[in-house]
Design a protein. Structure first.
Length: 216
């Protein structure tokens, strides 16, 4: 008669080692990020030149709200409806960072700090991608987050603010979402993909071998 027992220590399934991704895939992701970044910057520049006008005379202090409501650098046109009462094109200048990050710093220092944080985040994501972290959702999420972060960073460095122009609202429901841009859209999608790609499921693991082994 053959008996079986299990040895949880000896037969526990091993955690698979990370497999570095091919350089061609990493380059493809970088090119995708560059393409999305180009679209983001092009749409922002279009919004600046089409949905607003330059001020005559001296511009107000950049992102200064110490003496009351902040005056924008450019004069916005009236909003342009795109989809009835739901979507309109509405030029806005966003001087804030997420969660008020570095708000107390002087403007030049704040730009450098936020730019450094964005670059470090992008480098860390591509290193994790190259080393094999995450699933295919993670792979798709990295270039989207990178493009969005770099797009808003470039705006802050060259203008001192981020150009927003997409406005979703619906008066019957009293819904009015803050004005945003293409970078914000791809960051939102990318972060969702990163979260999905970072979560391991049983299907991600190799099929476990049987713990039973015969004893005679």
């Amino acid at each position: 008669m053959t008996l079986t027992t299990s040895d949880s220590h000896a037969d526990a399934p091993a955690v698979p080692a990370l497999q570095p991704r091919s350089p061609r895939l990493v380059i493809a992701c970088a090119l995708l990020a560059l393409a999305v970044l180009t679209i983001d910057l092009a749409t922002k520049e279009w919004a600046r030149t089409t949905l607003s006008d330059a001020r005559l005379g001296a511009a107000p202090a950049l992102c200064d709200d110490t003496n009351g409501p902040r005056r924008p650098q450019r004069i916005a046109h009236a909003p342009r409806p795109v989809a009835g009462e739901v979507l309109s094109l509405d030029y806005a200048e966003n001087c804030s960072a997420a969660f008020g990050l570095a708000r107390q710093l002087p403007a030049p220092a704040r730009r450098i700090f936020l730019a450094s944080m964005a670059i470090l985040a992008v480098v860390a994501l591509f290193v994790a991608l190259a080393r094999g972290h995450g699933s295919w959702a993670f792979v798709w999420g990295v270039p989207l987050v990178a493009a969005g972060a770099l797009g808003n960073m470039i705006d802050r460095l060259r203008l001192g603010y981020v150009v927003d122009f997409l406005h979703v609202h619906y008066a019957p429901w009293d819904f009015d979402y803050p004005v945003f841009n293409v970078a914000d859209i791809v960051i939102g999608i990318g972060v969702a993909l990163l979260v999905i790609g970072a979560i391991r499921t049983p299907a991600d693991d190799p099929e476990p071998e049987s713990n039973a082994r015969p004893l005679t």
